[in-house]
Ligand binder design. Sequence first.
Ligand SMILES: Nc1ncnc2c1ncn2[C@@H]1O[C@H](COP(=O)(O)OP(=O)(O)O)[C@@H](O)[C@H]1O
Ligand code: SF4
Ligand SMILES: [Mg+2]
Length: 335
Amino acid sequence: MTESAAQPAGRPVVEVKGLKIRFPSLGGTETVKAVDGVDFTIMPGETFGIIGESGSGKTTIGRALAGLLPATEGDILYEGDDLRKLTRNQYRHRRQRYQIIFQDPNAALNPRMTILDSLLEPMIIQGGLSQEEMRHKAHESLDRAGLRADLAARYPHQLSGGQKQRVNIARILPLAPKLVVCDEVVAALDVSIRGEILNLFNSMQKEFGLSYAFIAHDISVVAHVSDRVAVTYLGRFMEMGPTEDVIHRPLHPYTVALLSAEPVPLPRHMRTSRRIELKGEIPSPVSPPSGCRFRTRCPYAAARCEREVPAWQEMRPGHFVSCHFAGSETFTAPA
Ligand SMILES: Nc1ncnc2c1ncn2[C@@H]1O[C@H](COP(=O)(O)OP(=O)(O)O)[C@@H](O)[C@H]1O
Ligand code: SF4
Ligand SMILES: [Mg+2]
């Protein structure tokens, strides 16, 4: 949530180059191309939003950023370093700086452990602190995440979803993270408390200079918190740029379709006059369509879209798109 987002300056916290992640399909006879060649950077203190329908590869990108999945191809550099090239000890230490918080507030909490033990666990794994120092840090984080001290003795089932998500934030603070992947972190929470949890993420970012990869299918949430945003479809980015620009002046038909499909009307400054109704399901990532992978659902698709993969072009400062007709007349007059 930096002041100006068009071209953030400085050294990236993370740099992703040509990232591909493949899985064997169920039964193992085919290959799921979950992430199929993405490039991006995240700058210090920046929130990088990732949006797209379910199945577009957002969580897979997030898990790779947090070091939970290896790249099948490509590189992820953390402050310039390839962690795969570090010694085991260096790796263990560095990896702790890149954390992920999931949609399910229970995902990282052991139901049989007290909240205090859940807070201590990552510090024990990281090592280097005395028992007393760890307990002090645990209580400090609990307080910073807006939780009462007496909750430390409780178990996860005794807490609300919002409180558990606060514990998940408190757990990673003592690790001095650089980047936190927030994967649909408010989607499972009651609408009434989403705002306060987003505010907590915002204040943590300001206080600790965190960078976020903020993943959501809900555009209004991502638009609210992100400096830049990437629109993901079938494992690739269709569009990426400063959030205001992407939301207000989208260049890719898929972005327009996502904006048109928002169930809650977007604030006036985020609305676009063009509308595209998104028909059908997202195709299988086992065999994505040739050429432009959005072509089977695109109202502007032409013969060329089947043959040629559209280039990744910078149409406006820091605003990239992958569409043969982005910015041309074809785009504004569907067949
Ligand atoms: N471990 C896995 N094994 C096989 N396929 C997977 C695995 N994880 C994800 N996928 C597939 O990869 C694609 C992208 O998934 P995911 O990253 O979870 O997307 P999103 O978070 O955008 O919904 C989906 O088709 C999903 O079924
Ligand atoms: S390249 Fe063709 S199919 Fe793809 S988004 Fe652009 S117009 Fe649609
Ligand atoms: Mg997901």
